[in-house]
Design a protein around this ligand. Structure first.
Ligand SMILES: CC(C)(COP(=O)(O)OP(=O)(O)OC[C@H]1O[C@@H](n2cnc3c(N)ncnc32)[C@H](O)[C@@H]1OP(=O)(O)O)[C@@H](O)C(=O)NCCC(=O)NCCS
Length: 201
C-alpha cells in the first residue's frame, strides 16, 4: 500500500510542478519532468522536448555570464539525464534526441578564467568556450565532463572521461583527455579499433 500512495503523491507532485513551471521555461514538452532539481538558472532560456526525464538534484542553467547575445540550453525529445548532472550554458548547449547521460555528468560551454594571480579564481570573469552539441542517441557514462567540445551521433563516452575535443559520429571514446578507441565502420558494418585520432587500425 505504501508504495502506491508514494507513487500517487509523486505523480501529483510532478503534475503540480509542471503546471506551475511550464510557462517559465522557453519550452517544456509533454511528459517531461525534472526530479527535485538542485538549481535551475535562466529558466526562460531552457527548452526541453517531449518525454525527457532529468534525474534527482541536477543543476541546469542557461545564463549569459559571458555577455553573449543569445544563450540557450536545449534538451531534445526522449533524453534521459541522470542524477546529480550539472549542465551550464553561457552560450549554447544542445543535447539531441534520445541522449542518455549517467549520474554526475558535467557539461559546460564555459570555464573560470585564472589569468590574474592576484584575484581569487572565483572572482575572475567567466571565459566562453566553444558551444557543445551532443548528437542523437549518444550515451555519456558516469562522471564524464564535457567542456567546450561536441560529440557526434550514437557515440559512447566511457565512464570518467574528460572530453575537450570533438568526437565524431559513431565513436567510442574513453579516458582523460578522451580519445577515440573504436569507431563504426560502414564498409564492414562492425565496430573497429582505431588510433586515438579515429583512424581504423
Ligand atoms: C566504454 C565502455 C562502454 C566499454 O565499451 P566497450 O566497447 O565494451 O570497450 P571494451 O570493454 O572492449 O574496452 C576497450 C578498451 O578500453 C578500456 N576502457 C573501457 N572503458 C574505459 C573507461 N571508462 N575508461 C578508460 N578506459 C576504458 C578497456 O580497458 C580496454 O582497454 P584495452 O584495450 O587496453 O584492454 C565501458 O567501459 C564504460 O565506461 N561504460 C560506462 C558505464 C556507465 O557509466 N554506466 C552508467 C549507466 S547509464
Amino acid at each position: 500500500m505504501v508504495p502506491k500512495i508514494m507513487n500517487y503523491r509523486r505523480a501529483l507532485y510532478y503534475k503540480i510542478w509542471t503546471f506551475w513551471n511550464k510557462r517559465r521555461f522557453k519550452k517544456l514538452g509533454k511528459g517531461s519532468y525534472i526530479r527535485n532539481p538542485l538549481n535551475i538558472n535562466g529558466i526562460g532560456n531552457i527548452s526541453i522536448g517531449n518525454n525527457v526525464s532529468i534525474g534527482y538534484k541536477s543543476w541546469i542553467a542557461a545564463v549569459p555570464l559571458t555577455n553573449e547575445k543569445d544563450c540557450s540550453l536545449q534538451i531534445g525529445d526522449g533524453c534521459t539525464v541522470g542524477n546529480f548532472n550539472h549542465i551550464y550554458a553561457t552560450k549554447e548547449i544542445i543535447l539531441g534526441k534520445n541522449v542518455l547521460t549517467a549520474d554526475r555528468v558535467y557539461i559546460s560551454d564555459n570555464s573560470h578564467q585564472y589569468s590574474d594571480i592576484n584575484i581569487a579564481i572565483m572572482d575572475q570573469p567567466i571565459q566562453q568556450k566553444r558551444e557543445v552539441k551532443i548528437g542523437d542517441g549518444s550515451w555519456i557514462g558516469e562522471n564524464v565532463c564535457i567542456i567546450g567540445a561536441s560529440i557526434g551521433k550514437n557515440c559512447v563516452i566511457g565512464a570518467n572521461a574528460v572530453v575537450t575535443k570533438d568526437i565524431q559520429d559513431y565513436s567510442v571514446a574513453v579516458g582523460s583527455p578522451a580519445k577515440i578507441i573504436k569507431r563504426y565502420c560502414a564498409d564492414s558494418k562492425t565496430w573497429r579499433i582505431t588510433t586515438p585520432d579515429g583512424e581504423f587500425i
